[in-house]
Design a protein around this ligand. Sequence first.
Ligand code: PAF
Length: 284
Amino acid sequence: MLLNSIKEIKSEIKNWRVKGLKIALVPTMGALHEGHLSLIKKAKTECDKVVVSVFVNPIQFGPSEDFEKYPRTLEADLKLCDNEGVDIVFAPNAIEMYGKNKLSNDTLTYVCPPYFYADKLCGKSRIGHFDGVCTVVMKLFNIIQPDYAYFGQKDAQQVLIIKKMVEDLNIPIEIIQCPIIREHSGLALSSRNKYLSEDGKKNALVLSQILNNIKGCYKKGITDIQALKETAYSYLTEKHDLEYLEILNKNTLEEDKNANINSIILIAFRIDGVRLIDNLYIED
Ligand code: PAF
């Protein structure tokens, strides 16, 4: 069932609550792919009812980012959700979500995660991005009041920040992190892969190659973070505009002296102007 209004979805969910049903939320910006479907499938096996939200959230995009051109494929998304047995697709518009407020923190209440987590990695180039993410996720949590919410590890920083928000604000929702889904080639699935040319797609494989190479070097005994990072440079060509390559603690995003069992390797680069991110636990 497709619902666009907060009032309608709240009343539908009230009926589920009365019956004591376990409710899952899978928040998305649409353009659904196998990565999203893996979250939905897991939610289906663990909960009685599954809500998928489809909302391209304007306040998490910077002024020069791809909000306007972000892929919007609602018809196809609805078919995929239908095939997976999703109970409700919640697809509000921006006025439904934010009213007629000017979309800035001059007039709208934002949920702002701690700088320590939000200002590094993606947050360094995407100023205010995680304020926008936390604000919309908090609103979705309040509207739907799920028992569980499902997020992909591909946005590892996002999941960590949302878990922190849930803990710090005592939100009674369990966050479930699901593994990255990759093409056979190793490329992590992303709605933004749609922007890539054939050539761009080939160059994008360097993302997962770098991650696997660093993991391989670690397994051979190299733990010095600088030395591990340096192994990446031979993969990069003038086509790859590296934004960051970091090896951090997966639970705290702190820098350790040496890579260890808790390390996560995170990378972001642009190819032909398309920004791609990926990550890998150094040990699974
Ligand atoms: O990961 C995403 O697609 C978005 O950041 C989210 C969590 C749906 C919030 O808009």
